[in-house]
Write a protein that binds this ligand. Sequence first.
Ligand code: GAP
Length: 455
Amino acid sequence: MSESVVTMEKIVNLCKRRGFVFQSSEIYGGLGSCYDYGPLGVELKRNVKEAWWRDTVTTRPDIVGLDCSILMHPRVWEASGHLANFTDPMVDCKSCKGRFRADHLDQLRCPKQPSKKPGECSEGELTEPRSFNLMFKTFMGPVEDSAAVVYMRPETAQGIFVNFVNVVNSARMKPPFGIAQMGKSFRNEITPGNFLFRTREFEQMELEFFVPPGTDDAWFHYWSARRLQWYKSYGIREERLRLRSHASDELAHYAKGCGDVEYEFPIGWQELEGIANRTDFDLKQHIEYSGKDLSFFDDQTKERFVPYVIEPSAGADRATLAFLVDSYDEDGPDNDRRAVLRLHPSLAPIKVAILPLMKRDGMDAKAQEIVEMLRPHFAVTYDQAGSIGRRYRRQDEIGTPLGVTVDYDTLKDGTVTLRDRDTMSQDRVKIDDLYEIVRKKVAPPVMPGGLAPVA
Ligand code: GAP
């Protein structure tokens, strides 16, 4: 596999050309840092989320799911600290009027003179930093006054905390246990950018794992290792992944410990996912602000406690971008170069392409029969346009792991050519065996490791 052929520009172009991701409202000039997933992108992102849900919820006895509303009672954001603290420092340039995140100046460019950093061009002068709250505001009901203000959630986590007792009572869960949620979050980022990496509307995949106090450190290490392993299991190259512990001055106000799973994007090492030991901060805040008892009573030990929370918090869009970037490869001689997405087959938007060698003599009809046979089980596509080589290339570029070619021999003996995206090997297999072959190929990985920290 070749190194460093990938650039953000290649990914953005591929995403647009092949229908993974489009700029939002493009025909009106686009809306800053908002993106739409096209036919292939929506499948890829659904598969990423499904992989997360599968490994976080459906294969575990100790975690249940939740799907909360995006709009919540405004008191939630007072209790969580978001109204007071969810701010970034912002500076303005008095010359170009550009607005920048004061703590990201090193990574940003002056809009007038892109070779310089903000404020470093000849007339540039930055204001003193001031706090800018990242929450989007809107109004509930017909009257737009301060009593009607509600916020678009900036994280999914708070919906989980405020439902803690509902879940404990209805699902009879007992710490250590987790509640997981995937869904949209909104942040009015001062300087979004780098394609899907930092946007104003994005999806999170968050787990709040509630544990008895005193066991939190062990669970924090467990979840840090487990989440790193998840990305590896789905094919992200080990050398482009790392865990980075936060220094004490980086910690969020609620966190006792925090680590990031980082990925080496073409723009450098960046956070993919944060794993935090949120202590009992959130539940205690909601106890205070709501006046409700959110503690847990353990029937066996007869102890009452407010659980500590370990939170692995991932971005679905950021993970999708990482899978795209990491799987992108080019190979072959200069005069016959191919671009290929070496996506884990379980993540690939399309699993099998069915290709008649020629669209005549019954090969097309036979290929359609195979499509109908596989379609109820897998995402398949049919392509009869152009040379077989070009059709393979089209599938390689979107990450389709298997190609099935129907030729004259198929009509005689019921076999097809099965082509592998990565090795480009071609094997003769029976049509009757195809279902089983594809099923095995696209099966999700089995994550190594157990369900709890090793004692
Ligand atoms: N509940 C904790 C929390 O929200 P965070 O580190 O602010 O923590 C978690 O966000 C993850 O959400 C990030 O690691 C990233 O993957 C994703 N994320 C955050 N802001 C984002 C943005 N503006 N655009 C895309 N993804 C974002």
